[in-house]
Design a protein around this ligand. Structure first.
Ligand SMILES: [Ca+2]
Length: 192
């Protein structure tokens, strides 16, 4: 597993009234004047949330940051907590909408969603988090799982690595003395 956005990471952010600053999710949107702050974002009332960046009750918190999705990614996985409503965008496209209004106090592992076989590259991840009343909370982690079997050269040796999340345990690797031509032949077999 590779972590693209860890918990307690820095994002660009702007607190606004509900629905304000439409178009903020556009990858070309200019966030250069926004502040930078770490998650969790929140405020406290009877949930006693622990947060790093203050977020006033009854407002929208807009967040932006870039993520770089590696080649050969089988799954892009999001885990998050929200009090109360959140919309998540990747390069301007809505990829998840979650409404926890009226639910119990949030934790950072409450909700998950995944994108299978995402396109590799660097993208803008944008979030509109809305607190409808009382306290608010937002925290998110983004990870990837690698795809098909790969041959990797590290420290002069070649490794055949297994896909993550499959039948073979994560991190399992067959260790061979590196031979480039041999590795290329095996790689051709893997692709065929
Ligand atoms: Ca709330």
């Amino acid at each position: 597993m590779t972590t693209l956005v860890a918990y307690e990471s820095s994002w660009k952010y702007l607190q606004v009234a509900w629905g304000a600053s439409s178009g903020f999710e556009d990858p070309e949107f200019d966030d250069s004047l926004w502040a930078t702050g770490a998650t969790p974002f929140g405020s406290s009332y009877d949930c006693n949330y622990v947060y790093t960046t203050a977020w006033a009750s009854g407002t929208d918190m807009l967040l932006r940051r870039t993520i770089t999705i590696p080649a050969n990614t089988a799954s892009l996985d999001f885990v998050f907590g929200i009090d109360d409503i959140v919309s998540t965008y990747l390069d301007g496209v809505l990829i998840n909408a979650t409404d926890s209004t009226g639910g119990p106090c949030a934790t950072r592992t409450d909700h998950t969603f995944s994108i299978a076989s995402p396109t590799a590259g660097t993208f803008v991840l944008a979030v509109r988090a809305r607190d409808t009343a009382w306290q608010g909370f937002f925290e998110m982690e983004v990870t990837t799982l690698r795809g098909s079997t790969q041959i990797i050269k590290q420290a002069g040796k070649g490794y055949v690595s297994a896909p993550e999340g499959g039948a073979t345990p994560k991190g399992d690797a067959l260790n061979f003395t590196y031979n480039e031509s041999w590795a290329k032949n095996i790689w051709a077999e893997v692709l065929s």
